[in-house]
Design a protein around this ligand. Sequence first.
Ligand code: HEC
Length: 303
Amino acid sequence: MFRFLRVALLAVLSTVAIRAASAVEPAADTTPKADASRLVFLLQYVGADYAAAVADGKIVDHAEYEENREFAGQIADLLARLQPSIPPGKSAAIEPPVRRLVELVEARGDPRLVRDASESAIPRLVEVFELRAFPRDRPDPARAHALYAENCAVCHGGAGGGDGSRAKDLDPPPARFTDQARMSEAAPYVFYNAITLGVANTAMASFADSMSDQERWDLAFYLWIFTLGNDTRPALPPAVVISLRDLATRSSRELAPEILRRAAAVGQPLDAEGAERWVAELRARGLSLPKRARASVSIARFV
Ligand code: HEC
């Protein structure tokens, strides 16, 4: 189900394995911060993918379950390695949810609880290790557009359909950013991690060395452009304020109910699809919203 992400995760895990196998092998980045990023990526993965493995205390997909279990083991190992770097006052906020997630997976616990544990630990890891879960500056769609055409379209396709000129030779094939279900569940922070870390055993390289941090964020936000189809008219934003942090770290599906609630409260009712579309507009077109919308007193804004 989350094959793209799973392979990306293998890249993370193989780095861990290489490090474990040989202390002298120079790893890509051995700082606690890098380990914390890997841990976040693992938590993002299990938090989302475990639901495909277990339902009502029963394994519904053995391969998925084994994989999630293995990842939970890696999560436990990473936590153990990170422990000395966690300030004593902070460990109470990080270790319990991470351990709970590991235990829940082992015990075939409720996927919702696994997701809760993941969602509770990630912001705390981000805080303690000062990870960038959202960009410093507003993502720039024009810059992303140019970067995409130059670096990504050859595989992912000019319209994000995974059908660039190199795609036919690639196994696995490039991700499709037109896949509504995937785009609804993902968040720019997840894509940022994939673009930054690369995807082992696939054609997807790390762009950490060739692009600035901000450029990788620009792209991670921009990829929602491909869910918007040919309609270039930006949807008028509802009267809500949404933070750049939320736009970066929370999925469209997670954000939609909150947007609906706030929009309804000020008499701008939307449906769920409209709310998700609006999230996509804001991520992918950001500053290029029309003047009228920007001037409106009820403009949604980045905070
Ligand atoms: C040489 C081909 C190639 C190029 C160039 C390339 N990618 Fe990829 N990308 C892939 C492949 C193949 C995958 C799928 C890997 C897998 O199956 O997990 C992928 C996966 C991804 C994913 C993960 C999607 C998900 O659903 O988790 C993101 C995000 C991504 N690419 C973004 C980019 C961006 C942005 C660029 C340009 C800076 C880029 N890629 C350039 C081949 C490429």
